[in-house]
Structures are given as structure tokens and as C-alpha cells.
Design a protein around this ligand. Structure first.
Ligand code: CO
Length: 168
């Protein structure tokens, strides 16, 4: 092997190591939680619940949306740094119905953080011993993006949703 070939090979090896290092580094960055996307509150009556936010807190309320595939009616309450989603179950099979059986007046159901790469986040969660609810495979959430839910037992009794938001 000529000196030049040896030189080239060592450069390529360095480049390869750098690539692996950068890959791991990017994985670490891409699995960090981003902004708080929303806080979801389960309510027995969405009209009644949203009017108090509007009248007493001066909040901007969206129109009501029905999401049959998620078994909920939903209203968004926008604020400058995040939004609150009020969720009313559409039927008895809705997961929100079960929550309301235990909390008849409603209550905070979950909070949702954005991540830029859900696969990387899942890898990190599993390594940390966190249980992902269901089969652990991302589902399409209420906003059309892939989401997962984390075991509340791992987060002081709080249900956390992670939603993949592609930057740009
Ligand atoms: Co949510």
C-alpha cells in the first residue's frame, strides 16, 4: 500500500468515526423534548367547560371538532405559549369515558411535549426503562402526527404524550 493510499485510508476511517459520533450526537439532540404542545383536560360537557374559560379568563376558543376515530369532541383554547384541549367523550368506548367515571367533574388528563424524532425518543425511553403504553408503536394522534403515551407510573402519576413535529 502506497503512502497515499495509507493516508487516504486513515482519513476515511476518521471520517467514519466522526460520522458515527455525529450520528449519536444528533440522536441525542433529536430525542430531547421540545415545547409543550398542549395540556388536555377531560370534561363531561365541552360547551359548559369552554364558556368559563371564555368568560372568566378571556380565552380564545376554537370551534368544536369531532374526532370519531379518537372517540372525542375537542375544543382548543389558545394562549401565547401553548394550548389547552378540552376533551369530551363521544361514546362509552372512548378512553376519556373511563377517565370521567373516576373523575366525574373532569380533570387534567395528559400533557403533550413535542419531539423532532419519535424513533430516537423511543430508543432513549426504552434504555431508561420507561414503559410506553399500548404496543409501543406510534399512532396517528388528533393532529395527524405520530404520537405515543408514556406510563403515568414512570412520571409521578402524570400521563405524558409525545408528538413528533417535523421542524419545517
Ligand atoms: Co393530546
Amino acid at each position: 500500500m502506497s503512502f497515499f493510499e495509507q493516508f487516504l485510508e486513515s482519513k476515511l476511517r476518521n471520517l467514519y468515526i466522526l460520522q458515527i459520533f455525529l450520528g449519536e450526537f444528533m440522536k441525542e439532540i433529536l430525542s430531547e423534548i421540545g415545547r409543550l404542545n398542549h395540556i388536555a383536560i377531560a370534561v363531561p360537557n365541552i360547551q359548559k367547560a369552554s364558556s368559563i374559560w371564555e368568560n372568566a379568563l378571556g380565552a380564545n376558543i376554537s370551534s368544536t371538532q369531532s374526532l370519531p376515530e379518537h372517540g372525542v369532541k375537542i375544543v382548543f383554547i389558545e394562549s401565547p405559549n401553548t394550548k389547552v384541549e378540552l376533551l369530551e367523550p363521544l361514546n362509552k368506548q372512548s378512553p376519556i369515558s373511563k377517565f370521567l367515571e373516576r373523575n366525574p367533574n373532569g380533570g387534567m388528563h395528559h400533557m403533550c411535549y413535542e419531539v423532532s424524532n419519535l424513533e430516537n425518543a423511543i430508543e432513549k425511553l426504552i434504555a431508561a426503562g420507561v414503559k410506553i403504553l399500548g404496543d409501543g408503536i406510534p399512532k396517528i394522534g388528533a393532529h395527524g402526527n405520530p404520537v405515543i403515551f408514556l406510563n403515568p407510573g414512570d412520571f409521578s402519576g402524570t400521563l405524558i404524550e409525545l408528538e413528533e413535529i417535523k421542524s419545517n
